[in-house]
Ligand binder design. Structure first.
Ligand code: FE2
Length: 208
């Protein structure tokens, strides 16, 4: 593992990025739908129809979960995550010029990101820190002075998965017009970022 302040590169496992790209173009790209549709959210859920975030919907291909594709099952099996459900893995496709404003993922304690496209490196993630605030009570992330509160920028490894702490302010700047961003994402809902780091230290997180 290669530890940063809010992220950890899981260099115990080189993921099959090229095979994922091949599978994306051969079978998964045609299953891409708006993210809210994939989640079966109704119109009452405000975020449901935020344009720009899309996901692979396995039902378009007559499957139930991403893990119904052997390559994705193989990746899913690599991680020793408490109560890991196939639904906790998804493949996200961000539209060109999409931007993630700074935010905190309170429900998603941590995520593991496996970038697939673009091959030459996806738009990096930026972590922010505002001294002296209680994250749970702060609501003005979207108006954040990015230059003032930027702590560091991390360029995703395209070779190893990256574990990222969801309980930190983070965002992704606007994607360049030519960039389509495809990521395999694993949500960690029942364990904290630090729990996963501890497991990694013990060699108890990546299965052989
Ligand atoms: Fe996030």
């Amino acid at each position: 593992m290669i530890q940063g302040k809010y992220h950890t590169v899981i260099d115990e496992y080189a993921y099959p990025r090229q095979a994922l790209e091949d599978l994306y173009y051969s079978e998964l790209e045609k299953c891409v739908v708006q993210y809210g549709q994939k989640m079966r959210w109704g119109p009452e859920k405000r975020q449901a129809w935020t344009p720009g975030i899309n996901a692979v919907d396995p039902t378009v291909a007559g499957k139930e979960y991403l893990t119904d594709w052997p390559l994705l099952k193989e990746i899913w099996d690599k991680f020793d995550i408490l109560d890991f459900h196939p639904n906790d893995m998804d493949m996200l496709v961000y539209d060109q010029e999409y931007e993630f404003p700074p935010h905190v993922d309170f429900k998603q304690n941590a995520v593991i990101m496996l970038p697939i496209l673009p091959v030459d490196g996806a738009m990096p993630i930026t972590y922010y820190h505002i001294p002296g605030i209680e994250l749970e009570k702060y609501t003005k992330f979207r108006d954040l002075d990015k230059d003032k509160y930027r702590e560091y920028v991390y360029e995703y490894s395209m070779e190893y998965p990256t574990l990222s702490n969801g309980w930190v302010i983070h965002g992704v700047d606007k994607l360049p017009p030519e960039q389509t961003r495809v990521f395999l994402r694993i949500k960690i809902l029942k364990e904290k970022y630090t729990d996963v780091v501890t497991k990694l230290e013990k060699g108890a997180f990546i299965n052989d």
